[in-house]
Design a protein around this ligand. Structure first.
Ligand code: IVH
Length: 703
């Protein structure tokens, strides 16, 4: 019955099917939210939810009291207290090939201005596959333990952490304040024994050691955690009252001396080749280590250099995770579907006979674009020896670093005789508009703009996303449902929802499936709370192609106010002129991005104005308001001798300054090294203050 089309189900079948779906989805919810042990991938989950909704729409009188459409996931655990991390817990950028690692090393040398022959030692440590925790010690006593959570705030798992044998309760000779960071994990043997015990007791078993470790640490009853064989490796630290050592390697040794387990396979390496060698060696021994690792982590050894390198928004510049090759599995390609994204891109998706890859059931994989299906790369050169991908093919699936599954290979000998070459559509499957490929673009795009329902709904989903308007209770699923019924067709509709579907209206949100009085009230309150919104979020929320979160922040920082931004976007034209030059003077904004921004903004100005009319848009403030360069626009020119351009720029931005590429009347300060040419002259003409590198370093307190 699960495969019977909804429109042919009998009433009795529908009733049984709704019951089955309610059960399956409830299990999936608890597995995902409560137990960290997903039993299906997102696509399979979405498909079941959609089927449930379709059956409910056809047989409204059969809707169950515990209908899955009435709930939005399962509440994340409220059971644990929250702990705000004194220093954020970040993640790592990934490298998948030796070339990626070489680029990582080159980037660091470039950033620091280190010549190729200057020594640059690294450490190489196995990347343990568990969950990270932060342990805070004050005066040598364990004060609290927290999971990573969203990096800013984690769950308080202190009582549970105290039951882990590798986590010392007290430390001898430690700094007064010491936050130790590391990975809680479970060994293969302990995992197998735990699952055997669970199975015998009729309790649930875990999909893999990582889920088992996470599920065991996040037990409400610490006595259960005590009975679970968890281990801990220390790999780093957070807040400290004094430095542990001068290098990463020595700092780890110091942690070992204090009583922590540190990974015995940690090595100091003098460069790229040595790093890659540790990777190759460890990968071959991977199965014998007794616990899961998913790669090696390389870190700049010198802690003073780590400090100078600092962080990008969510990852350190001084470290990278070099992943091991992914696990793979063979399955059948059942169909190729085309999804239309927010910017009109037609993305082919492989629908697969579900197969388990690395512990997760996979039923979809990306096919990238039409060239990829045809067996060509973006330059027309053959990939997979030029073999194309056809519906019916046996394909090998892999997951690289937990990202979307991909197709690695296909088996031509298993190709059905009647398999036909795939013909990529030249019209949008959602709205029928022509789908065109511009020169140099590997992607075919729907030209329908907002008349295309797929683009319109994807734009709305983007608008309410976490980094955009982030309206509580209005996620992708809800927006889609409102959109289907025509209640919200464009962003500005969100802010009139209450007037049209609030108390006193003939049709009301509270009467919708899955809503009630309280949740509707909460939604209206959440929408009201977002009527005042920072400039950068509004710019990002517009969903313009090439304008991501960091570009939106740059634009907000440059223009400062909504009125100024709006006026500049209307005035700018790729033909040139002041507004265009000003846009291009922003470091990080190139002509392609600028053209996309200006064209979209101008063509959608009516909707943008309608939206802005509902909002109070806050001026952009500089991040660090107490620094001497906060809010100032700086330009660097000539040769800097004590740091590279990249480092100077990152430092200036971290202090709240804007860094522009050219001197204009808006420039506050020019930092000119030796060899400064026309920019210094222009600055002098415009009366812009000019200082040298030493004065700059003194100004920012690095002199
Ligand atoms: S260093 C600021 N070292 O990998 C960067 N992380 O993908 C801090 N992990 O969240 C991470 N082994 O949970 C580091 N030797 C190691 C690690 C390691 C495992 C985990 C950690 C982190 C994740 C990032």
């Amino acid at each position: 019955m699960p495969d019977t089309p909804v429109n042919t189900l009998t009433e009795a079948q529908a009733r049984t099917e709704l019951e089955r779906l309610a059960e399956t989805l409830a299990t999936a919810n608890s597995a995902y939210f409560r137990d960290d042990a997903p039993v299906m991938d997102d696509a399979a989950y979405d498909a079941l939810k959609a089927r449930n909704a379709a059956i409910e729409a056809r047989f409204p009188h059969l809707i169950r009291a515990d209908s899955p459409s009435a709930r939005i996931g399962a509440a994340p655990s409220e059971a644990f207290g929250k702990i705000r991390h004194a220093r954020r817990m970040l993640s790592l950028a990934n490298a998948f090939s030796p070339e990626d690692v070489a680029e990582f090393v080159r980037r660091i040398r470039r950033y620091l201005g280190l010549p190729d022959d200057a020594p640059l030692p690294f450490t190489s440590e196995p990347k343990i596959d568990g969950l990270s925790v932060s342990l805070r010690y004050e005066h040598g006593r364990l004060i609290h333990a927290a999971t990573r959570g969203d990096g800013e705030t984690g769950e308080d798992v202190t009582a549970n952490a105290r039951t882990v044998a590798d986590i010392p309760e007290t430390l001898e000779g430690a700094p007064e304040l010491l936050e130790v960071r590391g990975e809680v994990y479970m060994s293969h043997a302990d995992f197998a024994a735990l699952n055997a015990r669970q199975a015998e007791a009729g309790a649930k078993t875990f999909a893999n050691p990582r889920n088992a470790a996470a599920g065991s640490l996040r037990q409400l009853d610490a006595e259960i955690t005590r009975a679970r064989p968890l281990r801990f490796f220390a790999y780093g630290w957070g807040e400290l009252s004094e430095p542990l050592a001068a290098t990463q390697y020595e700092a780890l040794q110091r942690l070992a001396a204090l009583g922590f387990s540190v990974n015995p396979r940690t090595r100091r390496c003098d460069g790229l080749d040595a790093l890659l060698q540790t990777h190759a060696e460890t990968e071959t021994r991977r199965a014998d280590l007794g616990h899961d690792i998913d790669g090696m982590v390389y870190k700049v050894d010198d802690l003073a250099l780590q400090d100078r390198l600092g962080f990008r928004s969510t990852t350190p510049r001084w470290a990278i995770a070099h992943k091991f090759s992914a696990e793979t599995a063979w399955t059948r390609l059942e169909a190729i579907d085309i999804q239309v994204g927010r910017t009109g891109a037609l993305s082919p998706v492989a629908r697969l006979t579900p197969v388990t890859v690395g512990g997760v059931v996979v039923s979809n994989a990306t096919l990238h674009n039409e060239d990829y299906i045809a067996g060509r790369d973006s330059k027309g050169a053959p990939i997979r020896d030029g073999r194309d991908i056809r519906v019916g093919d046996r394909v090998e699936i892999y997951r690289a670093g937990d990202v979307i599954p991909k197709i690695r290979d296909l088996d031509l000998s298993a190709r059905p005789a009647d398999a036909e070459a795939y013909v990529f559509p030249e019209t949008c499957p959602e709205c029928g508009s022509p789908a065109v490929r511009e020169a140099g673009d590997s992607v075919r795009r729907c030209t329908g703009g907002l008349i295309c329902p797929a683009q319109a709904v994807e734009r709305l989903k983007h608008f309410v996303a976490r980094a955009a308007f982030d309206i509580e209770g209005l996620g992708a699923k809800q927006v889609e449902a409102f959109w289907r019924d025509g209640w919200i067709t464009r962003p500005s509709d969100i802010f009139t929802l209450k007037d049209r579907f609030g108390p006193g209206c003939p049709r009301q949100v509270k009467n919708r499936e899955g809503w009630g009085e309280k949740s509707a009230e909460n939604l209206f309150a959440a929408i009201d709370a977002r009527r005042t919104v920072p400039l950068a979020r509004v710019i990002f929320a517009l969903g313009i192609r090439h304008v991501g979160e960091s570009t939106a922040a740059l634009l907000a920082g440059h223009y400062g106010r909504w009125d100024a931004f709006r006026a500049a976007m209307l005035a700018a034209s790729p033909e040139g002129g002041d507004a265009w030059d000003s846009l291009l003077s922003i470091d990080g904004v190139g002509p392609v991005l600028a053209a996309s921004l200006v064209t979209s903004f101008q063509s959608e100005i009516d909707e943008i104005d309608a939206l802005a009319a509902h909002l109070t848009i806050e001026d952009a403030e500089s991040r660090a308001t107490d620094s001497p360069v906060a809010g100032k626009t700086l330009v660097f020119t000539g040769t800097l001798e004590r740091m590279t351009r990249a480092e100077a720029k990152a430092r200036a931005e971290a202090l709240g300054a804007k860094v522009a590429g050219s001197v204009s009347a808006r420039t506050d300060l020019l930092i000119a090294g030796p060899g400064a040419g026309s920019k210094a002259k222009k600055a002098a003409d415009l009366g812009v203050e000019v200082i040298d590198e030493d004065a700059w370093l003194t100004l920012i307190g690095a002199g």
